[in-house]
Design a protein around this ligand. Structure first.
Ligand code: PEP
Ligand code: MG
Length: 559
């Protein structure tokens, strides 16, 4: 195994090495668990499991930071709740096996918590986590979730839920590797957001024994098992050379002949905003507001939301901040913005469609943003996700203006909106290409389906052609069109997008320096000729090759 190299898809740039920490998946009670032969012993094992979970969580709380500590303590209290143990014991007495009894008791309590609403409803996720841990304990299988980290770690999982990724301890995680997951899955996006190198779609990642040292290359998408010191040295030298070249350049995005392309940050909450505010970039091109509520049971009050927006806007006086209204549904389900089961959620009532069905969600957000905007010097803009028609754009712009906000925009992430951009944009002030969803909907390939990575490739000439149509619509309606999908952070694709006419590129801040560097080495005319080469290419792979071959050597050599 020593030196074995495996290839996946690199989704967050950079290299790092460290020992593997495997994330065990959630555990369910086996469907065929037999009735206990000894009911008293089974009841005792249920009580023992719940109390062991309580002790484990207490120990983790003692070692956790100030943010995680109260959450872990509250979860430990659920595990020690006498009512839960009693309910599980009752299930055992009724003839259920210990794991099934715990699952049934958890379901019963979850229904009660949900009915109580508010604080209790918010604890349902913690309750289910306790159940899964206790079931793992009685079955004698590894505890689910990310284990406690005591030093630099490479997190390896089958897949990570966005909420799990967001909760990772940033001080210890040096890289993320998953066996599933796609290029634009929200886990990949969060990893880039955190500036952590990440590779998805790595064959048999979960088979790598815990503790194995691996070297992760988030640019090339490679993982090397038990790397020799020579490889680690090469990676370190490359990191240093790249950092030296990128550190020389500062300031706004410009092509070699001075054409401005604003370099902006994608953020998902207050911590990201503080980090992006301190970075060398021109503002925020996409604030994914739904990321703050992935595990919330209710949308907070207007005042509480306004407080958060104030903190997000504060680091950007004099700079733009584009706040996207809730993009709930499909791969980002929000408990409080659920319109019930759908056969095909990615094509269902998600994004703006959901807010049209529940306008109070949008209005409370707009009211909070307007309150916060008054108190900061940031240039606040609001944009809607998943707009498909001119009517939707007009509906949104009217509500934004009614809330007293000065600038309304739309995401262009549905091919219909891209093809009709001239008309759609005439109702708003700007457009922003969401190339993640645009690739998904143009290629009819689920963005979360890692196995479809080649169809979801934003270099697909069909996707580039749809982007070109949107840029033409922006030009003819005299509205700026930017890009805020993951493609904006690919330095070579950034050249193509610039050539197609985009006005801004918004990405995880960790990706900005390489994009700034690539732009600075090419004129606008060169970007245009790279764009037309990519558009004329027969395949995504050929488009990528042609652009890399046509780009300046100093850029291809370094990036
Ligand atoms: C996109 O679809 O490209 C986009 C930026 O939005 P999200 O990834 O949050 O769906
Ligand atoms: Mg999108």
């Amino acid at each position: 195994m020593s030196g074995e190299r495996r290839s996946g898809v690199g989704v967050s740039p950079g290299t790092a090495a460290g020992p593997v920490v495997q994330v065990a998946p959630p555990v369910k009670a086996p469907a065929d668990e037999p009735a206990p032969a000894d009911a008293e012993a089974a009841a005792e094992s249920v009580r023992g499991a719940l109390s062991a979970v309580g002790e484990d969580l207490d120990a983790r709380a003692a070692a956790a930071d100030e943010h995680a500590q109260p959450i872990l303590k509250a979860t430990a209290m659920i595990a020690r709740d006498k009512g839960l143990a009693k309910a599980a014991a009752k299930q055992v007495a009724a003839g259920k096996g210990p794991a099934t009894a715990i699952a049934a008791a958890v379901d019963e309590f979850a229904a009660q918590f949900e009915a109580l609403g508010g604080y209790f409803a918010e604890r349902v996720t913690d309750l289910r986590d306790v159940g899964s841990r206790a079931i793992a304990h009685v079955l004698g299988v590894p505890t689910p979730g990310v284990p406690e980290l005591s030093g630099p770690s490479v997190i390896v999982a089958l897949d990570l839920a966005p909420a799990e990724t967001a909760a990772l301890d940033r001080s210890h995680v040096v890289a993320i590797v998953t066996e599933h997951g796609g290029r634009t899955s929200h886990t990949a996006i969060l990893a880039a957001q955190m500036g952590i190198p990440a590779v998805v779609q790595l064959p048999d990642a979960t088979g790598i024994p815990a503790g194995t040292t691996v070297a992760v290359d988030g640019d090339a998408g490679h993982v090397v098992l038990d790397p020799d010191t020579r490889l680690l040295e090469i990676q370190r030298a490359r990191r240093e050379k790249l950092a030296a070249a990128l550190d020389e350049l500062h300031g706004p995005g410009r092509t070699a002949d001075g054409h401005a392309v604003a370099l902006l940050a994608n953020i998902g909450g207050v911590d990201d905003a503080v980090a992006a505010g301190a970075a060398d970039l021109e503002g925020v091109g996409l604030f994914r507001t739904e990321f703050m509520y992935l595990s919330a049971a209710t949308l907070p009050s207007v005042e509480d939301q306004a407080d958060v927006y104030r903190q997000v806007l504060a680091p950007f006086p004099g700079r733009r901040v584009v706040i996207r209204t809730l993009d709930a549904g499909a791969d980002k389900p929000l408990a409080f913005a659920d319109l019930g089961e759908e056969e095909n959620p990615a094509l269902g009532r998600r994004g703006l469609r959901l807010c049209q069905a529940r306008p109070e969600l949008l209005d409370s957000q707009l009211e909070a943003i307007a309150l916060a905007a008054k108190d900061t010097g940031a240039e606040v803009k609001v944009m809607a996700p998943m707009v498909a028609t001119t009517d939707e754009a007009e509906w949104f712009a009217t509500r934004v203006r009614a809330a007293g906000l000065p600038s309304a925009g739309v995401m262009i992430e549905v091919p219909a909106a891209a093809l009709r951009a001239h008309h759609v944009l005439s109702h708003v002030d700007f457009g922003s290409l969401g190339t993640n969803d645009l690739a998904q909907y143009t290629m009819a390939a689920d963005r979360g389906e890692g196995e479809l990575a080649s169809l979801l490739d934003p270099w697909q000439p069909a996707v580039l052609q749809v982007i070109e149509a949107a840029c033409k619509g922006g030009h003819s309606s005299d509205r700026p069109v930017g890009v805020c999908g993951e493609s904006a952070g690919d330095p070579f694709l950034a050249l193509v997008l610039t050539g197609l006419g985009v006005a801004s590129l918004s990405m995880a801040p960790s990706k900005v320096p390489a994009v700034r560097f690539a732009l600075s080495r090419h004129t606008l005319a060169e970007c245009r000729s790279l764009a037309s080469a990519a558009l004329d290419a027969p395949t995504a792979e050929r488009a990528r090759q042609l652009v890399k071959a046509g780009a300046k050597n100093e850029v291809t050599d370094l990036l």
